[in-house]
Design a protein around this ligand. Structure first.
Ligand code: NDP
Length: 334
């Protein structure tokens, strides 16, 4: 059993030295547990938070503990009546390792005939559900409105824009680089794409949003948020989903305190900011699966995966995820 543990806590950007690949015995499942062989490991931005000791909505990974991560796995031994050897499951805590044991509480069985199993980590998994629930419950786009999302080619952003289109809104995506921007308009049907890595982002975004912004699905923060704020219309809704531009930040950026200007905008334009964690909407899992798998089958939405090979590749791939080196949902094939 190979596994990757947290070797030390990063200050700023993680490096390969913060991770350690180890060999350990294959764990033995006890009564009420199953043994899983992980097949795909999901790499997600939230893992940066778990590498820090700072207080958050979930407890940190301890030093020398296996890195947390969702997986698609095969049941290879079962001491539970509800799971059988050969079942394919998606886990929340399969971790960065070849084998895992589970008491079943974090498992959901998936049908390998219905869709490629790796989609259970992306468009039909946690990131997809994040897009669906955050956009529909908080963003609530109406036909003709403008929806803006950054990290727009990732599993969350790409689905936000496509669902916005299905609801009759205009979708504007922000992404890093010409290839990603072309993918947004040519493959995913976004109305406009803006490259945040070149040129004058505030001017380019304003040109892409001639009627202002009604829904800003916040994935990144930083300079993107600064460009968005002046364009927000009265009564705009801002689901606050993630702040990936800040995850490696070690101190507040220099410059004037922007809080008074932000609060003035919130008040005068009656902006609604609401943070959420996908599992706040866990009772909508079935609706999400029904709707999104239906749209996929009908060819009304598309997804893209970035698959890297081998557990040993996970640290580098994860480091790259925080800098936009991935193109699509990042998964490791084990
Ligand atoms: P992605 O696959 O989209 O990866 C993150 C992307 O962020 C990168 O590819 C990069 O894309 C972009 N990025 C990185 N740094 C910056 C920056 N400084 N400015 C602008 N963009 C940047 O990730 P996901 O789709 O998995 O996640 C998207 C967001 O959703 C994250 O913030 C994540 O934490 C959050 N999330 C929140 C959940 C919740 O429950 N609240 C659940 C799941 C995800 P590019 O090259 O285009 O810049």
């Amino acid at each position: 059993n190979r596994r990757i543990v947290l070797a030390s806590r990063p200050h700023g950007e993680p490096t390969p030295a913060h991770f350690r690949l180890e060999k350990a015995a294959v764990p033995v499942p006890r009564d009420g547990e199953v043994l899983l062989r992980n097949r795909y490991l999901s790499l997600d931005p939230y893992m940066r938070g778990r590498m820090s000791a700072a207080k958050s909505y979930a407890k940190p990974v301890e030093i020398n503990e296996v890195m947390v991560g969702g997986t698609v796995a095969e049941v290879v031994a079962s001491h539970r009546p509800d799971f059988s050897v050969g079942d394919t499951v998606v886990t929340s805590y399969g971790g960065w390792q070849d084998f895992a044991v589970s008491d079943g509480s974090d498992l959901r069985r998936i049908d390998p005939a219905a869709a490629p199993v790796s989609t259970a980590l992306g468009v039909l998994g946690m990131p997809g559900m994040t897009a669906y629930t955050g956009l529909l419950n908080i963003g609530a786009p109406k036909p003709g409105e403008t929806v803006v999302v950054a990290a727009a080619t990732g599993p969350v952003g790409s689905l936000v824009g496509q669902i916005a289109k299905l609801k009759g809104a205009r979708a504007v995506g922000i992404a890093g680089g010409a290839d990603k921007c072309r993918h947004l308009t040519e493959e995913l049907g976004f109305d406009a794409a803006v490259d945040h890595r070149t040129g004058d982002l505030p001017a380019a975004l304003a040109a892409a949003c001639p009627d202002g912004i009604d829904v800003y699905f916040e994935n990144v923060g930083g300079a993107v948020f600064d460009a968005v704020l002046p364009l927000l219309n009265d009564f705009a809704r801002i689901p606050v989903c993630g702040l990936v531009a800040n995850y490696n930040m070690t101190e507040l950026p220099p410059g004037p305190d922007k809080t008074p200007a932000l609060m003035r905008a919130v008040l005068s334009r009656r902006l609604l900011f609401r943070g959420f964690i996908v599992w706040d909407f866990r009772d909508q899992l079935q609706d999400f699966l029904t709707d999104v798998s239906g749209w996929l089958r009908e060819g009304r939405i598309h997804y893209r995966e970035d698959v890297v090979e081998g557990l040993e590749s996970a640290p580098e791939a994860f480091i790259g995820l925080l800098k936009g080196r991935n193109f699509g949902k990042l998964v490791v094939k084990l």
